[in-house]
Design a protein around this ligand. Structure first.
Ligand SMILES: Cc1cc2nc3c(=O)[nH]c(=O)nc-3n(C[C@H](O)[C@H](O)[C@H](O)COP(=O)(O)O)c2cc1C
Length: 395
C-alpha cells in the first residue's frame, strides 16, 4: 500500500546501476521494413493535455536529462515530431539570478523549441521566485521545479529530492514561486524518499491547493536511484490524490507498449520520456501516431540516424562555431553511434576528433562501414544506457 508517512530522516545515498534501455522491442529481429506496427491496443484518452491555460502539442513530454536535453537535441527531437513539451536540464536558481553566463546559455531557446519549460532547483523560496520572474521576462512558457534529483550535492542541500524531507519549507517554496509569476508551474518529483516514506500523493495534493499546474512523477523513490523497477501503483496513487491537475507518469518507458501500460495502469494524463529518447528520438512521433491511428511507423534507420546526428551538430555549430561544437558534440554522438550499431572502434575514433576535417573523415568512414549487421534500412538492436548514480558532478 502507498502510505504517506512523513517526518523521516533522509539517509545518504550512493549506488551504481546500469539500466538496459532499448530500441522498441517490436523492431528487434525483424527484417528491414517500413511497415507500420499495429501491435499495441489503443488506450481511451481524456482531453488534450494542458498546464493551466497552456495547451501542449501532445501528451508525450521529453524528460530532462542533464547534459543531454540541450537546445540542439530538443530541436532535433521536435523536428521529428510528437513532443508535447521539452524541458531544459535542471538549472541552479541562484546562478540564474546572478545571470551566470553558462546558466544563461542553458535557458536559451529557439522558435523550433516551443512550448518550452525551464527546470529550476534550489531551496530558498525568494531566490526561486526571483529566478522564475527572470524566466518569465525571457519568455519561457512554463517552469518546472526539480524535486527529484537524488544527488547528494543537491538533495543534501535541501533542494531536489531533499525537498521531500521538509514539508513546510517545500510547500512555502512552491507557493512562493507560483505566486511570483503568472505562467504555469509544475513540479517533478519521485514517489518519496524511500519505500517507508511515499509522500508524493500528499505533496501532489498540497501542490494542487497552492496552484501548481501539473506534477510529473518518476515512479521510483530517492533511495532507489535508478535501480529496481518503476511502481505503476505508486504513480496511480498520485493520480488519485489530486482533483484536477494533470499527472505526468515517468520512468522506464522504452516503447509504445510501455507507454500504453503506463497510461492504462496509472490513469496518468501524460508521459515523460528520458533515456529512451536518446536511443529512439522517434518515440514521441510513434506515440502520437499510435494514439491517433492505432498504428505507428518504425524508428529511424541507420541512414536516418546519421542524418539526425549531423543536423544536431549543425545546430551546435551555428551557436558555438566548429571548434567548441565538436568538443561538446562528442558526448551526444556517442549515443547516436551506439544506436546506429557501428563498430566499437569507429565509435572510439569519433571520440578523438577535434577538428572539422577529422570529424568529416570519421563520419565518412562510419557512413561507408554502416551498421555491424549490414542493415541500413531496418532493425537496430538494444542500446545500453548507463545511468548516473551517486554524486555525479555533471548533475
Ligand atoms: C543522465 C540523466 C540526467 C538526468 N537529469 C535530470 C534533470 O536534470 N532533471 C530531472 O528532473 N531529472 C533528471 N533525470 C531523471 C529523468 O528525467 C527521468 O526522471 C528518469 O531518467 C526516468 O525516466 P526514463 O526512464 O524515461 O529515463 C536525469 C536522468 C538521467 C539518466
Amino acid at each position: 500500500m502507498f502510505g504517506e508517512r512523513l517526518g523521516h530522516e533522509c539517509p545518504g545515498y550512493t549506488r551504481t546501476a546500469l539500466i538496459r534501455s532499448a530500441i522498441p522491442d517490436v523492431f528487434r529481429n525483424t527484417p528491414a521494413s517500413s511497415a507500420a506496427r499495429t501491435d499495441v491496443e489503443r488506450v481511451p484518452f481524456r482531453d488534450a493535455l494542458k498546464y493551466g491555460q497552456l495547451a501542449l502539442n501532445s501528451r508525450y513530454l521529453l524528460s530532462p536529462l542533464a547534459g543531454f536535453t540541450t537546445l540542439p537535441f530538443r530541436r532535433i527531437v521536435r523536428r521529428i515530431g510528437g513532443v508535447g513539451l521539452a524541458t531544459t536540464d535542471l538549472v541552479n536558481s541562484r546562478a540564474l539570478t546572478s545571470r551566470n553566463e553558462r546558466t544563461m546559455e542553458m535557458v536559451e531557446t529557439h522558435p523550433e523549441d516551443r512550448p518550452f519549460a525551464v527546470q529550476i532547483f534550489g531551496s530558498e523560496p525568494e531566490v526561486m521566485a526571483d529566478a522564475a520572474q527572470l524566466l518569465v521576462e525571457l519568455g519561457v512558457d512554463t517552469i518546472d521545479i526539480n524535486m527529484g534529483c537524488p544527488v547528494n550535492r543537491i538533495a543534501g542541500a535541501g533542494a531536489g529530492a531533499g525537498m521531500m524531507c521538509n514539508i513546510d519549507g517545500t510547500l512555502k517554496l512552491v507557493q512562493t514561486v507560483v505566486e511570483a509569476v503568472s505562467i504555469p508551474i509544475s513540479v517533478k518529483m519521485r514517489l518519496g524518499w524511500d519505500s517507508h516514506n511515499l509522500s508524493a500523493p500528499f505533496f501532489a495534493r498540497e501542490f494542487e491547493q497552492v496552484g501548481v499546474a501539473a506534477v510529473a512523477i518518476h515512479g521510483r523513490t530517492r533511495e532507489q536511484g535508478f535501480g529496481g523497477t518503476v511502481s505503476l501503483p505508486g504513480i496511480r496513487a498520485v493520480v488519485e490524490a489530486v482533483e484536477n491537475i494533470p499527472i505526468i507518469g515517468n520512468g522506464d518507458i522504452r516503447n509504445v507498449a510501455d507507454a500504453a501500460r503506463m497510461l492504462k495502469e496509472t490513469g496518468c494524463h501524460g508521459i515523460s520520456i528520458g533515456r529512451a529518447a536518446l536511443a529512439n528520438p522517434w518515440i514521441f512521433r510513434q506515440l502520437v501516431e499510435w494514439e491517433q491511428t492505432g498504428s505507428y511507423a518504425p524508428a529511424g534507420t541507420f541512414d536516418e540516424r546519421l542524418q539526425l546526428m549531423l543536423q544536431q551538430y549543425t545546430c551546435l555549430e551555428e551557436r558555438h562555431g566548429s571548434q567548441r561544437a565538436i568538443i561538446r558534440f562528442r558526448k551526444m554522438a556517442h549515443w547516436y553511434l551506439k544506436g546506429m550499431r557501428i563498430l566499437k572502434r569507429l565509435r572510439g575514433d569519433f571520440q578523438k576528433v577535434s577538428t572539422k576535417e577529422e570529424m568529416n573523415a570519421a563520419i565518412a568512414e562510419i557512413q561507408q562501414s554502416g551498421p555491424i549487421d549490414g542493415n541500413r534500412t531496418g532493425v537496430l538492436t538494444d542500446v545500453e544506457i548507463p545511468v548516473p548514480s551517486g554524486p555525479v558532478d555533471k548533475w
